[in-house]
Design a protein around this ligand. Structure first.
Ligand SMILES: [Zn+2]
Length: 127
């Protein structure tokens, strides 16, 4: 995992690999799976689809290594986010997810939201 804080401010690449576009691109390559980046039966979840589209890899370890410094920009790993689809209450408080990747995994796995719909939602956020 990359360090949570970097001394240099985050500057997006000149030609950013928009996460929504990567998910859409990867989603064309294989069916959707759940609770894993890639399934033994040949599927990919929303995050797996983005990883494959960006790195060409369906090996999670190699894919994460290949993403390297792009990970914080792509997945916003240090923000707490609330689900846009529901209002989970845990002990009277909204359930929150660590980072965009955590929320995308939740939408993919627990809501069963199609990867293209997750991409639509990211589009609405400019991601
Ligand atoms: Zn939810």
């Amino acid at each position: 995992m990359p360090s949570k804080r970097r001394s240099a401010p985050h500057t997006p690449p000149a030609d950013p690999p928009w996460l929504s576009a990567l998910i859409r691109q990867g989603a064309t390559r294989r069916p959707q799976c759940f609770y894993d980046y890639f399934s033994a039966s040949g599927g990919s979840c929303a995050l797996g689809a983005a990883m494959e589209a960006r790195t060409g890899s369906t090996n999670v370890r190699r894919g994460l290594e290949a993403l390297g410094a792009e990970l914080p920009a792509l997945f916003s790993t240090d923000n707490l986010l609330t689900c846009p689809l529901d209002r989970h209450q845990v002990d009277g408080r909204l359930r929150r997810f660590l980072g965009l990747s955590g929320l995308i995994a939740h939408l993919n796995n627990e809501h069963g939201l199609a990867r293209e719909r997750i991409a639509d939602w990211l589009d609405s956020l400019g991601l």
